[in-house]
Design a protein around this ligand. Sequence first.
Ligand code: FES
Length: 190
Amino acid sequence: MDRRRFADWSLKVGIGAAIASAIPGVLTLRGKARSAATKAVEPGDRLVFALGQNAGQPVTRGGFSQNEAVLAYPEGKSDNHENLVLVAKLDPAELGPPLDMTGTAEGVVAYSAICTHLGCTVRFSEEPMDAAPFPHIHCPCHSALFDPRHGGVVMGGPAPRPLPQLPVRLNDKGEVVVSGPFTSPVGVKA
Ligand code: FES
């Protein structure tokens, strides 16, 4: 093999090796994309505590008091941040439109915990604020306010749209279970 043909051959082998070495990475990325897709919240998922000493344990209606809320994930899907939800237990008599009442369970309601303004994690109020009556959901970043009794509608601040509701039901153990998809796109999406 003369020097020029050897150089061509070396170049082809080098390119082939580079492509071959890249393939596992490509497959890994495709695998990750697929696993991320399968981590979306689905009807039937149990909600589990996201934080605290009960992290990973099922959220039950009896596990927290009326006018309290907890952060939760669908079980086994905490690596998808868009799955983070705020589960509140409210007075059923105070719930009303545009809340999807079929997606509530004895006063238990769930909303995406991702602010629709710029994506911060929202919080449930623990005390009244001048701008909003208790209970309300607020965002610590730019002070958006949402009404958990009425479909998460915006009561104040820069959020452009309500928090998406996640329909829920209770199973025979009183655990909070997802019963449908989010009512609108999660987070900073039109
Ligand atoms: S990110 Fe929530 S108000 Fe701006």
